[in-house]
Write a protein that binds this ligand. Structure first.
Ligand code: ZN
Length: 197
């Protein structure tokens, strides 16, 4: 990807990393990039009361939700993953949405079997359906994607099928810093004034 802009010369970008600022929307202190995460797949009907990962019943029956796994009615299987959007002009920085994707039962079982090994990059990529509705886009539920397990106890990466959906285009082409600030604002972290202090 050719970058026609360099964020190093943008004072707001430097301010983002320089020192914490207090977020006028949520009241927390932020510094640098942070992920925007969903605690459950869209299809999960209940609250986000999470069991430990280790409490997953290996016969995969019933309903289950933890930080990384979800089973619905013993028939639908979901994993917590990260969808990354490259930030244009940032020298390779990525912004992440913490999201959920389906796996087939077979691939879900393989993922669980290797989960504690920390060595998962030989697995996959696997087909999945994207399972969250992201604000700021046309409906993103059930977009086709590939789930790429990665080693080192990191969450799998989600790569959307390369279609003309705006989210897929942003994943391929990257987003500008202004778009990133817009996304943060949509999700309740409007930092556009704070970065000018
Ligand atoms: Zn905030």
């Amino acid at each position: 990807m050719k970058d026609d802009l360099d964020l190093a010369s943008d004072p707001r970008w430097r301010r983002l990393w320089d020192r914490p600022w207090s977020c006028v929307s949520c009241g927390e202190a932020h510094q640098g990039l942070f992920d925007l995460a969903f605690g459950k797949p869209e299809q999960w009907p209940g609250a986000e009361d999470k069991a430990p990962n280790s409490a997953l019943d290996l016969d995969l029956s019933g309903n289950f939700l933890s930080e990384d796994f979800c089973v619905l009615e013993g028939q639908h299987f979901f994993v917590r993953a990260v969808l990354e959007l490259p930030i244009r002009g940032s020298g390779g920085q990525q912004f992440g949405f913490g999201v959920w994707a389906t796996l087939s039962r077979k691939n879900f079982e393989r993922y669980i079997a290797e989960f504690d090994s920390g060595e998962q990059d030989e697995l996959g990529p696997w087909f999945g359906w994207f399972c969250n509705r992201l604000k700021g886009y046309p409906d993103t539920l059930n977009l086709k994607c590939q789930v790429h397990p990665v080693s080192g106890r990191q969450r799998p990466r989600v790569l959307l099928e390369p279609t003309d959906h705006p989210l897929a285009i942003e994943q391929q082409s990257g987003i500008t810093f202004d778009r990133l600030l817009e996304l943060y604002a949509i999700y309740g972290h409007d930092m556009r004034m704070s970065l000018c202090d």
